[in-house]
Design a protein around this ligand. Structure first.
Ligand code: PAF
Length: 314
């Protein structure tokens, strides 16, 4: 027992030393803009037996992202975070131009975890002239956000596949707040035989329950108050499920009642199979969990949130 503990500690120390050696001055992560240079540095670390965990992000980091990075830190010797506002996952009328960008602030936050490398590639190195390949995950991307954000999940699957190739991680860590994205990426990694373990981590929430999101900073103080309608809807759904309600339509109605008059537009309220993201023809089958998911606008800000009923507390 004691020997095991000592062994684990010395393994952790060796990993920590290796990671610290990879980081830049002052414990800040090394910011690398050239994916090939990063790949070469990581190949070298892999040859020395280091495992790599990866957290893909679009920056504007908050505590939710830091929790993903902490998990990455706990499971691997080297932690890579990408910051890339991926243009192919934004529709023509979406918020690509105004998406918050703050590399210095993000790097400062990542130094506190700490991460070892930040991949910050220019758009041309991710999508060079002549780029012609798109990854499409059929089925999982078609419902929920799919019809409201045409092409979004193709953009996500394509960039994540490319980022996986650039980094070559053993483990990649994503938040469950983007539950549909997580399922799309899991399917993509399995279907393409990518040698990476895709981990989904619980949604991190503000004290009043609002799911953390880079887009929350768009909310005016009044909108911020109204935005809690989403978590209140999901809590009502969890309470109904906990009391034995298994009719998806009834649970959806409970959620809609909590959103009514508080949000400006509902894109969808969905209760269905968390694995396939399809509705069931009738009641939730016995012994199964269900995902309850919402997308709604508060002011001009589109918010999403979800809970897996029967598996998560909220
Ligand atoms: O969730 C995000 O921040 C993005 O969709 C991702 C996974 C980094 C791909 O651009």
């Amino acid at each position: 027992m004691t020997g095991g503990t000592r062994g684990a500690k010395s393994g952790t120390t060796t990993r920590a030393k290796a990671a610290a050696a990879a980081r830049g001055a002052g414990g800040r992560p090394l910011v690398v803009t050239d994916p090939h240079a990063l790949r070469a540095a990581l190949d070298e670390l892999r040859r020395k037996g280091r495992s790599i965990a990866f957290v893909p992000t679009m920056g504007a980091l908050h505590e939710g992202h830091l929790e993903l990075v902490r998990h990455a830190r706990a499971v691997a010797g080297v932690v890579v975070v990408s910051i890339f506002v991926n243009p192919t996952q934004f529709g023509p009328h979406e918020d690509l131009a105004r998406y918050p960008r703050d590399l210095d602030g993000d790097v400062r936050l990542l130094a506190t975890v700490p991460a070892d490398f930040v991949l910050f590639p220019p758009v041309e190195s991710v999508y060079p002239p002549g780029h012609a390949t798109t990854v499409h995950v059929a089925g999982l991307g078609d419902g929920l956000c799919g019809p409201h954000r045409p092409g979004h999940f193709d953009g996500v699957a394509t960039v994540v596949a490319k980022l996986f190739s650039m980094v070559g991680p053993c483990t990649a860590v994503f938040g469950r707040k983007d539950f549909q994205q997580l399922q799309v990426i899991r399917r993509m990694a399995a279907d393409l035989d990518l040698p990476v373990r895709v981990v989904g981590r619980p949604t991190v929430r503000e004290p009043d329950g609002l799911a953390m999101s880079s887009r929350n900073r768009y909310l005016s103080p009044g909108d911020r108050l109204r935005a809690t309608a989403l978590v209140e809807g999901l809590r009502a759904a969890a309470a109904a499920f906990g009391s034995g309600e298994r009719d998806p339509a009834a649970i959806e109605q409970t959620i809609r009642e909590r959103l009514a008059g508080r949000v400006d537009r509902i894109d969808y309220v969905f209760v269905g199979d968390p694995g396939t993201l399809q509705p069931w023809p009738g009641a939730v089958p016995p012994g199964r969990t269900a995902v309850a998911a919402i997308a709604a606008f508060v002011g001009t800000t589109r918010l999403i949130d979800n809970v897996e009923l029967g598996a998560e507390t909220i």
